[in-house]
Ligand binder design. Structure first.
Ligand SMILES: [Zn+2]
Length: 450
């Protein structure tokens, strides 16, 4: 994933503390570092940069399965809002731990939080997990039908709260945590909030994470109320909100003009193929990549995808975008979004999307030691005729053997070293049941359960 796309056979990597000191062929590295303190033999395995999940709702993990096969309005008003608005900081802590376990098992070393209620709980969990993260608060200063405890927030309170979070948590956990600004989505944001967010992000030199152009109704609503002909992207361009520090999630309903605007402003896009297929539609990802937009991959939250595995998203991203060519060209195109492009989206594009590419996203001298060990001798990847394509089309989370973040092993031989998995699972079951009761969410029973 370096600029020359180098892949070393019989490679080796030297790591000192949290930093990559050297990378090359193993005979050369072994000669150079003959006085090494510790040598780890990973013969027969593949070493990759850690994957970066650029859109995940860690707080929604306890809500996995609460909104399957329901329409969008039910999803939002009767399941997700009651769930999120009844969460405590402790729930958020437990939810993020549970989500983190799944992220680590799928080879993720860094993620971008899409925006939740209790950043303090998330930050505490990230500190424990050993992951790297860009955390954001869920921010809304307007909108219809919001839960009572969210509805009264002023624009000033939204900005102030985020500034305080930045002061408290930015660059904490050995530099693994960064604080971003959040905008939940356009229909919950006044123009004043957007302008304040844009200016505050510049002042703090941080990023903005926002759901953009998710459904056709959103674009219609924007066109009807904000004085533009098209939708959210056109409006954001008009108010000078599009910039290289904006991470736009989903970005499904955009036309070619808007794709050009995204490219011109160097906006980053997080493509979440599973959630898009289930709830939103087909995003023009090939067109965005052709136009030079930096597109990365995200899982979205557990209630819109259920699987928080970036490995599954890589597989889906390739298939969906090949199949989507039927709509634009009349025939499928198996050459669209090849494996090397997908790998780039999950690594170096992910790093650019979270504005961290100087330090992560590739295995290069001077970058942080965020890397994963893949075991290709597990049944799902045997035989290995084309190593690069197998990583996208064959690899499962089960092939991820070990994970290192910031120079520390956080998973070794499938065992997470930073916490007790079974303890988190018990805590999560308890917290999820209590939260459902408190939120008054009832899942109608399916089939004839006796
Ligand atoms: Zn989302």
């Amino acid at each position: 994933m370096d600029p020359e796309t180098r892949v070393f056979r019989n490679g080796a990597i030297a790591i000192e503390h949290d930093t990559i000191k050297a990378i090359g062929h193993s005979d050369q590295i072994l000669a150079e570092f003959s006085s090494h303190e510790q040598l780890i033999d990973l013969r027969g395995q593949l070493i990759l940069p850690g994957f970066i999940n650029t859109h995940v709702h860690t707080s929604q993990q306890l809500g996995r399965g609460i909104a399957d096969d329901v329409d969008l309005l039910t999803w939002l008003h009767r399941r997700i809002w009651p769930y999120e608005s009844n969460m405590t900081e402790e729930d958020s802590f437990i939810s993020t731990l549970l989500c983190g376990i799944e992220l680590i098992h799928s080879g993720v070393t860094c993620f971008a939080e899409a925006g939740g209620q209790h950043v303090a709980g998330m930050a505490r969990a990230v500190e424990v997990l050993g992951l790297r993260a860009c955390l954001a608060e869920s921010i809304m200063d307007s909108g219809d039908g919001l839960p009572a405890n969210w509805a009264g927030r002023t624009t000033e309170q939204c900005i102030q709260s985020q500034k305080e979070l930045y002061k408290k948590y930015h660059n904490t956990a050995d530099g693994r945590i960064r604080i971003w600004l959040g905008i939940r989505q356009i229909m919950n944001a006044t123009e004043f909030l957007l302008a304040q967010t844009r200016d505050t992000a510049k002042e703090l030199q941080t990023g903005i994470h926002m759901h953009v152009a998710e459904i056709p109704y959103e674009n219609q609503h924007v066109a009807n109320t904000r004085g533009v002909d098209q939708g959210t992207v056109a409006y954001l361009e008009k108010i000078e909100f599009l910039d290289d520090n904006l991470l736009a999630a989903h970005t499904v309903w955009v036309n070619q003009d808007e794709v050009c605007s995204l490219s011109k402003a160097r906006v980053k896009v997080s493509h979440c193929p599973a959630a898009a297929m289930r709830m939103l539609g087909f995003a023009p990802i090939r067109e965005m990549l052709d136009a030079g937009v930096c597109v990365s991959l995200g899982t979205d939250g557990a209630p819109s995808n259920n699987r928080m595995s970036i490995v599954d998203e890589m597989y889906l991203a390739s298939l969906i975008n090949k199949g989507r060519e039927v709509f634009s060209k009349g025939i499928t195109d198996p050459t669209a979004l090849p494996a090397e492009t997908i790998l780039r989206m999950a690594t170096i594009n992910g790093a650019k999307s979270v504005l961290w590419d100087k330090e992560i996203g590739s295995l290069e001298v001077g970058k942080k030691a965020d890397m994963i060990v893949v075991n290709p001798s597990f049944w799902s990847m045997v035989p290995l005729h084309d190593c690069i394509s197998s990583l996208v089309y064959c690899m499962r989370s089960e092939n991820i053997q070990s994970v290192m973040c910031n120079g520390q092993w956080i998973m070794k031989d499938h065992k997470i070293l930073t916490l007790d998995e079974s303890e988190v699972i018990s805590m999560a079951k308890r917290a999820a049941a209590e939260l459902m009761k408190r939120a008054g969410i009832d899942i109608p029973s399916r089939m004839n359960i006796l």
